[in-house]
Design a protein around this ligand. Structure first.
Ligand code: ATP
Ligand code: MG
Length: 251
């Protein structure tokens, strides 16, 4: 059984069915890309996976590490080893990145982490992701540029060492250098910790740095096409029209 299994997932927001039967399996060490036009349901899937209360699961199941987490609370999912980077991260004025990271780590543990151990972890993560050490003293996301928010998120991911990460448009709004840093950071975590990831993106760019083994295309709340990297190139060439036509011919 894969680490994360999404089975026939149907999700509603305010009486409207958005996801109409999604099946997706992600194992540790696998990189998956999820692509699809605006409004097709990608963020809905990401938010549902992390247990956002506005999303009502009407059918199907989410299995993580052999446990049914369909009804689990967001913190229980994080504790089990699932990580979500938000398309629109929230800011927490007054809480420094370092303190936020400490809280996030402690939320996953029985005993609070020791000062020395925490500092060691932080040093390693800062080095791995090539961020400025002073960055971690700043209040989380307060007055951050878009790129800084994304870096803070990836730093959090490096510290929490999740088994599977869901990255919702982590690449949007990043300049070329920031994109490379973030993408290479994910690739390093993949290589060094066997991180598995679902990368939600509109563009090929980020996938130049982290090669997906599996590519899924979502249209109107369903995954209608699966393949490898070649699918990304096809999309870049043709857009979604061709796929939409083929799919409607099948249904
Ligand atoms: N909280 C909400 N209330 C009402 N409708 C919602 C809500 N969240 C999402 N939707 C609707 O669900 C559909 C899917 O939205 P979703 O954000 O999952 O799309 P997406 O694939 O992530 O799009 P994008 O590429 O633009 O990020 C859209 O029609 C959207 O308007
Ligand atoms: Mg989205």
């Amino acid at each position: 059984m894969a680490e994360l299994e999404i089975r026939d997932l149907h999700v509603r927001i305010e009486e409207l069915e958005i996801l109409k039967g999604v099946d997706l399996s992600i194992d540790r060490g696998e990189i998956h890309a999820l692509m699809g036009p605006n409004g097709s349901g990608k963020s809905t899937l990401a938010n549902t996976l992390l247990g956002h209360p506005n999303y009502e699961i009407t059918q199907g199941a989410i299995i993580f590490a052999g446990q049914d987490i369909t009804e689990a609370e967001p913190h229980e999912r994080a504790k089990a080893g699932l990580f979500l980077a938000f398309q629109y991260p929230v800011s927490i004025p007054g809480v420094s990145i370092a303190n936020f990271l400490r809280m996030a780590i402690n939320a996953k543990r029985e005993e609070p982490i020791g000062v020395k151990e925490f500092r060691g972890l932080l040093e390693r993560a800062v080095e791995l992701l090539d961020v400025d050490r002073s960055f971690t003293s700043r209040p989380l996301n307060d007055g951050f540029s878009g790129g800084e928010k994304k870096r803070a998120e990836i730093l959090q991911m490096a510290m929490l060492a999740p088994d599977i990460a869901i990255l919702d448009e982590t690449d949007s709004g990043l300049d070329i250098d920031a994109l490379r840093t973030v993408a290479e950071g994910v690739a390093k975590l993949h290589a060094s910790q066997g991180l598995g990831a679902l990368i939600i993106t509109h563009y090929q760019r980020i996938l130049h740095y982290i090669k997906p083994q599996f590519v899924h295309i979502m249209l109107d709340g369903r995954i209608v096409l699966r393949g490898g990297e070649e699918l990304v190139e096809r999309l870049e060439r043709e857009g979604y029209d061709q796929i939409r036509q083929e799919h409607s011919a099948v249904v």
